[in-house]
Ligand binder design. Structure first.
Ligand code: UDP
Length: 454
């Protein structure tokens, strides 16, 4: 339990139950805790973070009633909608109890919630508490989301397949197939996610120099402060945020490999591939002659707990010791390892930031949502990634791996990724943009607390 004596005031964090969102929220919590704030994490019961790993935080489980709903990838919209309905009352009830008992030195001063937990706005208003939104995707993703009414009016959504490679007006460098949604079915939810509602500010896990014009555009639109304080994993003290158990055996395996020789393969916590893609990827990796570390998460292939069992026997023999397969890796440690020279990725925003920070160039195999936007920026703006086209087959994979890992093109990308990683380091150091923005955020939260009724 935390020491309350020297704390300033209490910030309540509301993350949604997804790895790529829980991690940045807990990192933000650790940062604010190091600045003297007390932290309460109000979380769903579904995919709850491990409270024993964070004795410095207080945890509030919200009964979400989603245990009867299919929580597979294909049903995420329903899960998100149900959480937003079901968690409102428990959060409000907890806050009432907390605030009735709170000591003067431990007042709740604000609520920070992930865009996905949009019900929080109504709770904060009811409690007369200021709220701040945490955004865990790149800023351009929201620029694209905000453009949906215009794109709908101009007839770009839904677009016929024949135009999927067309560049979208006003959204350079996106083509219509890079839009961060797949059809009109998601638009209602996106509308909820992009609203600012009554929030006092937005915190963004991004870096100013990387997305300066997008941030400026959003700032003008929102008319409230935006604090870009990323990459959060470099701003925060080290902490464990994995919902799955990390298999650290891969680090000893990496220790035995030559510098920059290993391609790390991971599709993050939600993306799925079909059995054909799994097999083609495996053949491509096997034929590339490069060592590889591959994360085969349970459920990566629909319904399969042991995806490795789906690989043909002759293929496993060909791979031999050259490939190491785990169910979940300590990814940040892996990317920072000297042996890792490339990342075959689904391009989730955390993975993107983590890879750039370590100067690791990528093969981009985006699946859905913001991953397509990130991939387009990685390949066409920051030029630290190779685009893997939709048809994933062994020869194309083998070729992409060679281009990235052994050819001059890949070496140049590694060079650019290293330069970007260096710039990130400056941003988080004293005087850097994220460092300064975090100080501004701290002041901002304190200024909000001083206007609360005593
Ligand atoms: N991750 C990990 N081990 C793995 C795969 C992923 O620790 O084997 C972490 C990764 O470091 C990142 C997060 O899971 O912080 C995935 O977030 P991201 O935004 O990249 O993708 P998402 O899972 O949300 O699609």
């Amino acid at each position: 339990m935390e020491n309350q004596g020297t704390r300033r005031c209490r910030v309540v964090l509301v993350p949604p139950p997804f790895q790529g969102h829980i991690t940045p929220m807990l990192q933000l919590g650790a940062i604010l805790h190091s600045k003297g704030f007390s932290i309460t994490v109000a979380h769903t019961e579904f995919n709850a973070p491990d409270s024993s790993k964070h004795p410095e935080f207080f945890f509030l489980p919200l009964s979400d009633n989603v245990s009867d709903i299919d929580s597979s990838f294909w049903n995420l919209l329903e899960v998100i909608t149900a959480i937003n309905v079901n968690c409102k009352e428990p959060l409000q009830r907890y806050l009432v109890q907390m605030m009735e008992k709170q000591e003067p030195h431990d007042q709740v001063c604000c609520i920070i919630y992930d865009s996905i937990m949009y019900f929080t706005d109504a709770v904060a208003n009811h409690m007369k508490l200021p709220s701040i939104i945490l955004r865990t995707t790149c800023a351009f993703n929201f620029v694209a989301w905000h453009a949906t009414p215009r794109l709908l009016a101009e007839g770009y959504i839904p677009l016929p397949e024949s135009l999927s490679n067309e560049l979208l007006p006003g959204l350079h460098p996106l083509r219509s197939k890079d839009l961060p949604f797949t059809g009109t079915g998601e638009l209602e939810l996106l509308e909820e996610l992009r609203k600012i509602r009554s929030s006092a500010a937005v915190v963004w896990n991004t870096v100013d120099f990387l997305e300066h014009s997008s941030l400026l555009q959003l700032q003008q639109q929102y008319q409230i402060p935006i604090f870009s304080i990323g990459p959060l994993h470099k701003m925060a003290p080290a902490l464990t945020t994995s919902l799955l158990k990390e298999d650290t055996s891969c680090v000893a395996w990496l220790d035995k490999q030559a510098p920059n020789s290993v391609i790390y393969v991971s599709m993050g916590s939600l993306a799925m591939v079909d059995k054909k893609e799994l097999t083609e990827t495996a053949w491509g990796l096997a034929n590339s002659d490069q060592p590889f570390l591959w994360v085969m998460r349970a459920g990566l292939v629909d319904g399969s707990d042991q995806c490795v069992d789906l690989l043909p026997k002759d293929l496993k023999e060909k791979i031999g010791e050259r490939g190491h397969i785990v169910k979940w890796a300590p990814q940040k440690e892996v990317l920072a390892h000297r042996a890792v020279g490339g990342f075959w990725s689904h391009c989730g925003w955390n993975s993107t930031l983590e890879s750039i920070c370590e100067g690791v160039p990528m093969i981009c195999r985006p699946g859905f949502s913001d991953q397509k936007v990130n991939s387009r920026f990685l390949t066409h703006i920051w030029r630290v990634g190779l685009e893997m086209e939709n048809v994933v087959e062994r020869r194309g994979i083998e070729r992409a791996i060679r281009r990235l890992m052994v050819e001059k093109e890949g070496e140049e990308m590694r060079q650019r990724a290293n330069e970007l990683g260096q710039k990130f380091k400056f941003c988080v150091q004293k005087g850097g943009s994220s460092y300064n923005s975090l100080n501004d955020l701290e002041e901002f939260i304190l200024s909000q607390s001083s206007s609360l009724p005593k």
